[in-house]
Design a protein around this ligand. Structure first.
Ligand code: OFO
Length: 167
């Protein structure tokens, strides 16, 4: 049985993951609007992953006989200055999500909730990847700078991302 506090924390995390889904979907749409369909595809895949994260927690709460109470989502950003601004926002988002995941792990330790602690370990590892992939793309964008053709090549590379991959 989940404690009330843990149930609330997991409900909040479902909301945070759905908010990531919503934000990334909006970023994907912006990227498509500036004809970067490969990078848009990458972000669309990222959005799908976030939906998967939310559902993973959703199933877990039900397995523990908890109650899901869905909350409202915030309006996502719609206009970005450029691709760098998109990935900077994505990196900030992932760093914030990492902090939230760590807080849930801290709570699980505090409550000696071993089941939640074990469950959350997958998210701890996933966050390392999520932060690393946003960071890696920012580094590539820095290298590209104003170089002609650079964004075209990155668009092709990120367009190859599969459902589980980070391309
Ligand atoms: Fe679900 O990890 Fe990104 O936000």
């Amino acid at each position: 049985m989940l404690s009330e506090k843990m149930e609330e924390a997991l409900n909040n995390q479902i909301n945070a993951e759905l908010q990531s889904f919503y934000d990334y979907l909006s970023m994907a749409s912006y990227l498509q609007s500036i004809d970067l369909s490969g990078i848009s595809h990458w972000m669309h895949m990222q959005a799908q992953e976030e939906l998967g994260h939310a559902m993973k927690i959703y199933e877990f709460v039900h397995e523990r006989n908890g109650r899901i109470v869905l909350q409202s989502l915030g309006k996502p950003g719609t206009d970005y200055q450029d691709v760098m601004a998109v990935f900077t926002a994505a990196l900030n988002q992932e760093e914030a999500i990492t902090r939230k995941i760590n807080e849930i792990v801290d709570l699980a330790i505090q409550e000696a909730d071993h089941a939640t602690h074990t469950f959350m370990q997958w998210f701890v590892s996933e966050q390392v990847e999520e932060v690393a992939s946003a960071h890696a793309i920012i580094q590539k964008l820095k290298l590209i700078g104003e170089a002609p053709g650079g964004l075209f090549l990155l668009d092709q590379e990120l367009g190859k991302r599969g459902p589980e991959g980070d391309a």
